[in-house]
Write a protein that binds this ligand. Sequence first.
Ligand SMILES: NC(=O)C1=CN([C@@H]2O[C@H](COP(=O)(O)OP(=O)(O)OC[C@H]3O[C@@H](n4cnc5c(N)ncnc54)[C@H](O)[C@@H]3O)[C@@H](O)[C@H]2O)[C@H](O)CC1
Ligand SMILES: [K+]
Length: 488
Amino acid sequence: MAAQNALLTVAEMYRADALTIEGGVSGETLMEAAGAAVARAVAARRPPGTVAVLCGPGNNGGDGFVVARLLAGQGWSVRVGLLGSREALRGDAAVMAGRWNGTVAPLAPELLDGADVAVDALFGAGLSKPLEGMARAMVEDLAARAIPTVAVDVPSGVHGDTGAVLGAAAPASVTVTFFRKKPGHLLLPGRVLCGDLVVADIGIPDRVLDRIAPRLAENGPASWLSGFPWPRLDGHKFDRGHAVVFGGTRMTGAARLAARAARRVGAGLVSIACDPPAFPIYAASDPGTIVSPLDDSGSFDDLMADPRRNAVLIGPGAGTGPATCGHVLGALRAGKAMVVDADGLTAFADHSTDLYRALSDRCLLTPHAGEFKRLFGIEGDKLSQARRAAARAGAVVLLKGADTVISAPDDRAVINVNAPPELATAGAGDVLAGLAVGLMAQGMPAFAAGAAAAWLHGEAARAVGPGLIAEDLSEALPAVLRRLRGDS
Ligand SMILES: NC(=O)C1=CN([C@@H]2O[C@H](COP(=O)(O)OP(=O)(O)OC[C@H]3O[C@@H](n4cnc5c(N)ncnc54)[C@H](O)[C@@H]3O)[C@@H](O)[C@H]2O)[C@H](O)CC1
Ligand SMILES: [K+]
């Protein structure tokens, strides 16, 4: 599959390189193509001027030498600075340095004096430790001068797999990477440091993906649209599932926001199961949402015994006491497709194994960073955090943020990048959980539902823009769904 949205880890990128070279394309050809793509990005931004090309000791630096030669041929005044000695260069990098007829100066900040543009070709996929010494000084000076910079593959200092900064990194105006994006291009802060991202085709054939079988992708409709539960002409509301949202007696808005989102995304029926004292509040809210008060005529387990109530969300405004744990475990025992969010997660913070034991891959956990830390206590970059949590819990984990990661227990993962900063507002998480349970009520598996919900959530927020409040999101959804389906 030539998945355009596939993300390759650094190791997988090296494998793609090797498979291509095995297939008869030389490393020099790849490097020439890589350098040409970077040179095009430089030339596209301004007419010829003075460019400082900062080359590292490896093939990232080799790309830099190609850029230097091509720009010089286009009338640019080119200065090349090299970290380390020319004699230390190996392989394709040494070949490209040999094709550079200009001078090579030792890497030093003075190279940047009077430069119109800088090309950051110090480190790319081979970054293996924090920058130090002259490499660090150079990158810090480049950042301080704020010279428009084109980064080769990744901004030097950014780790390709995590987006983390190792020591220092200079923000780029444009980053030119090759073949496919890496996680570090999408995870923060890497995404911000990259500036505009260009993915250049340098001659690596898509078929190498069949051999690599990447488990990671950039979230978008390509990942789940084929299984999206569009309503059928011959269907009726019971075909579209029944989502149950548990509503607590405080913060009653949370469950109402979630229930409305579940309805908007197409669940046939949505009900709020609530403690009796809160019944009047929920009953007075959305007329299309059923309200089921839990009292001696019907406990939560009684509701769970109804097979038509096939998807359950517990968390928004549920309260973090033992009753919430009881409801979560009751829904899981009943085999429901389940979203556990907010209080539903925090309620298990000091006895998480009780939750893990009951979970399955039909369950979606939707923690933000704080809930994640309380429940899982797993450190590291966001992608590995989500993957390890999904493996530990045996459930799909959606770890929220501007770079949301959705990870399944079988190690599939997508990184969602369309969330605008306006989503940092009260209630937005309740809406996201409601979208997910609404999709799961319609039969979408937890991983696809989490990915689709995160993407729809971001698109709805972008449609509203500044001034967004959580209530706007469900109202913005119909237009997003029409665009998704390609309605005229
Ligand atoms: N298919 C492709 O993606 C292609 C990629 N190309 C370019 O090749 C680099 C990767 O090259 P590599 O030599 O493996 O590593 P780097 O050049 O990134 O690193 C150089 C070298 O530096 C050493 N090193 C690592 N970290 C540090 C540090 N903090 N301080 C000092 N030295 C460090 C380490 O020994 C590294 O090996 C890729 O990014 C692309 O730009 C090909 O040109 C085209 C095809
Ligand atoms: K670089």
